[in-house]
Every structure is written in C-alpha cells, then in structure tokens.
Design a protein around this ligand. Structure first.
Ligand SMILES: Nc1nc2c(ncn2[C@@H]2O[C@H](COP(=O)(O)OP(=O)(O)OP(=O)(O)O)[C@@H](O)[C@H]2O)c(=O)[nH]1
Ligand SMILES: [Mg+2]
Length: 220
C-alpha cells in the first residue's frame, strides 16, 4: 500500500490543531462526513438539514474535485455553504478547511458539517479540524467494504448503512457487514438509513445534536 509521507501528515496535523482551537473559542462542533462516491452524502444532508436548521445554526463545507453541484443543492435549503474544489485531489486537508472557515459566519454557527470528497481511502488519513467523523456505506456498494477499506470504518465515530430501501433488490449480507464492522471497530454506532424512504433520520439527527451537547459539556 502507498502511504502518505509522515511530514505531510505532520504539517496537516498542526493545522488541524489550530482549527480545533478556533472552534473551541467559538463553541462550534465540526463533523466530517465521508464515503465512497455516490453513497448518498448530499441527499442525506438535504433531508437532515431541513430539520436540523430549525434547532441549531448549521453551516456546510462541501468538498468536490471540480464542481459546485452539491453546494448548489444545499444552498436551496438556505444555510451557509462554502464550496472547496480540490482540483483533482482525492481528499480534503486541514489547510483547505482553514481557508473555507474564513468564508463561513462562524460567530453565528453551532455546527459545521463537512462533506468530504467521495473516496474510501485518503479522507480517512487526514484530520481536518473535525471533532467527529462519520461515514456512509450503501447497500449497493456490497457488504465487503469494511474488510476492503478497514481504516475508514476504524476511524469513524458513526457508520451509516445507506439506501436501505434497496436492500430487497441487491445481494447484501447485512449480518456479515455488521460482524466485520464489529471486528474492526467494536461498539461503533451503526445507523440504518434510507434518505429516499425517510427512514432512520430522526435517530441520526439525535446523534448530531448529542455530539454538540457532548462537546459543549466537555469543553465547558
Ligand atoms: N434508492 C436510494 N437512492 C439514494 C438514496 N440516497 C441517495 N440516493 C441516490 O444516490 C445517488 C447519489 O447520491 P448523492 O447524495 O449525490 O451521493 P454523494 O455521496 O453525495 O455523491 P458524491 O458527492 O458524488 O460522492 C443519487 O442518484 C441519489 O438519488 C437512498 O436513500 N435510496
Ligand atoms: Mg455529494
């Protein structure tokens, strides 16, 4: 396996720490949402944020290689959104987030959700100022993903099995999926969600609100 050079990760980590200090001062929780391409990150945010924005002030940082398509989708629900184009890079890094934060109204926000570039490998390696990581894995991708991309499942604080409405139509061994995740990351929170059928969204929203509460209690 090709590994990211330690020096790159070390300078990235220094920037991650700087972002965390800023977020602590502003009492903002930041969540890094990751998945392979097309697992349903933007669709989920479209639904989730309609309800979440009634309760707290949320902003989004959208990561994409070249386009602003996802940011345009989220702008329709009237929340602050900043687009980052990585120009081909397969993940966001802390420096990109630090710059994007300058464009968000951070004095007014409680929570920032980052949609990372669709990729199951590199985003797992880079800390980008977030307090929590979550990932989506859809039933259409197959149940072998935890075994094939273990780091992503290991570093995530919550895992969403998405597109559950399609489960009856695809070969997906849910038992094996859960067992493999348990071996990689014992006890991790697993949500079963269908954005299309609006299943599992209330539990997921509670997780987001709980993480904000948890951080505010911890940091006083
Ligand atoms: N059946 C079904 N389709 C879904 C669901 N959620 C998303 N999709 C579809 O999956 C496709 C990809 O969804 P997106 O939300 O754009 O996925 P994404 O993870 O943001 O994709 P990238 O940003 O390109 O990585 C779209 O055609 C969605 O309509 C779901 O719960 N059920
Ligand atoms: Mg997207």
């Amino acid at each position: 396996m090709l590994e990211t050079p330690i020096s790159i990760l070390a300078t990235n980590d220094a920037c991650h720490t700087r972002i965390q200090a800023l977020l602590r001062e502003k009492k903002i929780v930041m969540i890094n949402m990751m998945s392979g391409p097309g697992a349903g990150k933007t669709s989920l945010l479209e639904k989730l944020l309609i309800s979440l924005k009634q309760k707290i002030n949320v902003g989004v940082i959208e990561g994409d290689l070249y386009t602003a398509e996802d940011a345009k989708r989220l702008e329709r629900i009237a929340i602050p959104v900043v687009q980052i184009n990585t120009q081909g890079a397969c993940h966001l890094d802390a420096f990109m987030i630090e710059k994007a934060l300058e464009q968000l109204p951070i004095d007014e926000l409680d929570m920032i959700i980052i949609e990372n570039v669709g990729n199951l490998v590199c985003p797992a390696e880079f800390k980008i100022g977030e307090h929590f990581k979550m990932m989506l894995s859809s039933v259409t991708e197959g149940n072998d993903k935890p075994k094939k991309y273990p780091l992503m499942f290991e570093v995530s604080d919550a895992i969403i099995l998405s597109k559950m409405d399609l489960l009856p139509y695809v070969p997906f061994d849910a038992l094996a999926f859960r067992k493999d995740i348990e071996a990689i990351h014992p006890g991790v929170k697993l949500f079963e969600v269908s954005t299309l059928a609006e299943k599992g969204l209330i539990e997921l929203e509670a997780w987001f609100l709980n993480k904000l509460e948890e951080l505010r209690c911890k940091e006083g």
